[in-house]
Ligand binder design. Sequence first.
Ligand code: ZN
Length: 133
Amino acid sequence: MKHEMAPARQQWLDGAAMGASLLCLVHCLVLPALIVALPMFAAMLTLPESFHALAFAFAVPTSALALGLGFRRHRHPLPLAIAMLGLPLLGAGAFLATGPRLELVLSVTGALLLALGHGWNWRASSRPACASA
Ligand SMILES: [Zn+2]
């Protein structure tokens, strides 16, 4: 097993986690607005109830890998902390929320924090901070 993963792979993981977050934001904010504006969309765009559970299940391993690899490179704890704050919110939105409004608030907040953390992680890792070799 290789000790160091190429930073490109970590950045791909960051991108994937950000993509999942953005997908959730679109799902939570854009789709309902579209459905209100154009009711005929409602019939076509019926996303599965389990969308947030799927997004969460995808985000956990992706985030753990991307943030872990990123931290080893840049040693900044803040992107890690922000994303680690967002992840449980996303999970709470998916599994613990008792109503659609609470699910929306938890999911959107969690997705925003997660995207922010990964964006930061991505940027911090793309700087050649520890060019000790
Ligand atoms: Zn969502």
